[in-house]
Design a protein around this ligand. Structure first.
Ligand code: PGA
Length: 239
């Protein structure tokens, strides 16, 4: 399974390196077989050795150039970073990224072979407008995206569930995930208020290939517990 932490605008460079060290220690000790991804704040990016894959929360579709406030491929290459989060709802809705910009970014990093965690999800008014409108909205976020890209991971994150403590019911997650799986065979993560208390039941759902965790991942101990749930579920399946 894929267990991913989006640290957003949290943890300084020093705190991030301590955080990753804690995860590395846990992975070694537990012999975990999970794919663990961590997306630190841009200023905390660095070269990290070990089992944790470090990715960028954002980068501009450029190698370098005049794009004040952005980073480009050169800055990721410096730390051998080959993983990126694209289309997160905070970038779409708070920072105003359009689907056109997102497609540009997607194609740029896809052509470089990056692992892309591509986020989709509906705001509350679309959910309240009924199933058809909601699915139509989510489908529009697949437009222009190569859903067959081999290094693609999709994260379904309802906007209203992010950082709010609210989550869809398990039945809802399972149902939406099975519909989204028809659009793309890529691994499909669920994100939005995943916590130690609900991670295991979410991970156990059919068509949930992992989780993307924000606030609850800020505590390495909590995040490690979620990795351990995935290990428990994987081991059960293997037996
Ligand atoms: P949350 O964030 O776990 O704090 O809801 C998830 C995300 O934004 O990826």
């Amino acid at each position: 399974m894929i267990i991913a932490a989006n640290l957003k605008t949290n943890l300084t460079r020093k705190q991030t390196s301590e955080y990753i060290e804690e995860l590395e220690n846990y992975l070694k000790k537990s012999d975990s077989t999970q794919e663990v991804l961590v997306f630190p704040a841009t200023s905390s990016l660095d070269s990290f050795d070990g089992g944790v894959t470090v990715g960028a929360q954002n980068a501009y579709a450029t190698k370098n150039g005049a794009f004040t406030g952005e980073i480009g491929l050169d800055h990721l290459d410096e730390f051998s970073i080959k993983t990126i989060l694209i289309g997160h709802s905070e970038r779409r809705h708070i920072l105003g990224e359009t689907q056109t910009t997102i497609i540009e970014k997607f194609n740029f990093y896809k052509n470089l072979g990056f692992k892309i965690v591509y986020c989709v999800g509906e705001p509350l008014e679309k959910r309240e407008a009924g199933k058809d409108e909601m699915m139509e909205y989510i489908s529009s976020q697949y437009e222009g995206i190569d859903t067959e890209y081999e290094n693609l991971i999709i994260a379904y994150e309802p906007v209203w569930a992010i950082g709010t403590g609210l989550t869809p019911t398990l039945e809802d997650i399972q149902q939406i995930h099975s519909e989204l799986k028809i659009k793309s065979k890529a691994p499909l993560l669920y994100g939005g208020s995943v916590k130690v208390t609900n991670a295991k039941e979410v991970l156990a759902l059919e068509n949930v290939d992992g989780i993307l965790v924000g606030s609850a991942a800020l505590y390495a101990e909590h995040f490690c517990s979620m990795i351990s749930y995935a290990d428990q579920l994987t081991n059960k399946q293997e037996r």
